[in-house]
Write a protein that binds this ligand. Structure first.
Ligand code: AKB
Length: 317
């Protein structure tokens, strides 16, 4: 990758990925784009920034041409809970945005990265150590857009030779930019509440396990896959990746060993609970390990140490 266009640059992943890419490839070689125009307020550095609604295919292509980009990392999308509340808008944003990104990559001969998600699986998928290639019948609109996106990225590679790559992200935990509208967001909120209030009310029920990963591992995985030797890639798109699998009481227990007075209670949200129950308990990342050397550094314990330390610094306590 030499010059990279990132969509959704002000989101949970984008804000940190843009900073990391700029430190590796040079500030001027990473073009941040987002539908919001206030990039300066959000601290993604001083490199190029353009306002982009990804459903506007002409502007997507024009920005790609203007900066002569050779890689597109397409992160702009509506997450699972928001998509369930606004299914038509989610379909339009997630699918039209993806097609516009793929078309830009096709015209400009770019590499292309699009994240899929554990949401690409559904209730009929094997729930434990879910294999890379298995039944995918998601029951959420977000999941439907993710399976469609996986297939479309494979199609663009096979039909047009676009160098598409991607992973199935689990829930991502970070202290920099909060997520918005996901089902796994509780696993971020719980840390903020632990530091600020020493208590948290979970909208996900006890015993509901989902795959998770700390943001530094997600950023490394994205860059590692984009830089991977293409001759080693059997799957290319939608690699299962995960660093840990836990339920709310597991993360609460990890917090309690560091903040003994922390209390977890429950007020289950039926919509997000139903989504969570339709996803696997844990997925098997062995194809990512074998094909491009995926190796996450953080588990629940080391992530909890780092999250609490960074959030205390952020709060000045
Ligand atoms: C969500 O909860 O919607 C996302 C995801 C797992 O894709 N974090």
């Amino acid at each position: 990758m030499k010059t990279i266009l990132v969509t959704g640059a002000l989101g949970q992943i984008g804000s940190e990925l843009v900073m990391k890419l700029r430190s590796l490839y040079g500030e001027d070689h990473v073009v941040g784009t987002d539908i919001r125009s206030n990039a300066d307020d959000l601290g993604i550095g001083g490199g190029p920034y353009e306002t982009l609604d990804v459903t506007d295919g002409k502007r997507f292509l024009d920005i790609g041409k203007k900066y002569r980009v050779d890689a597109v990392i397409h992160l702009a999308a509506l997450l699972s809970a928001k998509a369930e509340a606004q299914p038509q808008r989610a379909w339009h944003l997630n699918m039209t945005g993806l097609v516009n990104g793929l078309e830009t990559a096709r015209e400009l001969h770019c590499q292309f990265f699009a994240p899929s998600s554990i949401a690409a699986f559904g209730p009929s998928t094997p729930q434990d150590q879910t294999p890379q290639d298995t039944i995918q019948r998601p029951t959420t609109l977000y999941g439907v857009t993710k399976v469609s996106g996986e297939l479309l990225c494979d199609y663009y590679y096979q039909r047009f030779g676009v160098d598409t790559r991607g992973v199935r992200f689990p829930g991502l935990i970070s202290y920099v930019t909060p997520p918005g509208g996901g089902t796994t967001d509780y696993a971020v909120e719980i840390y903020y509440h632990a530091v600020q209030h020493k208590k948290y009310t979970s909208y996900i029920a006890a015993g509901t396990k989902m795959d998770m990963m700390y943001m530094p591992d997600a950023l490394d995985a994205t860059i590692q896959l984009m830089e991977a030797d293409p001759t080693k890639l059997v799957h290319r798109n939608a690699f299962n990746i995960s660093a840990m699998s836990f339920a709310p009481e597991d993360v609460a227990a990890a917090i309690q060993t560091r903040i003994p007075e922390f209390v977890l209670t429950y007020d289950v949200d039926p919509v997000r609970q139903r989504i969570a129950e339709s996803w696997p308990n844990s997925i098997d990342p062995s194809c990512a390990v074998d094909e491009w050397g995926f190796r996450p550094r953080y588990d629940l314990e080391s992530m909890t140490d780092d999250m609490l330390q960074k959030l205390r610094i952020k709060r000045g306590t």
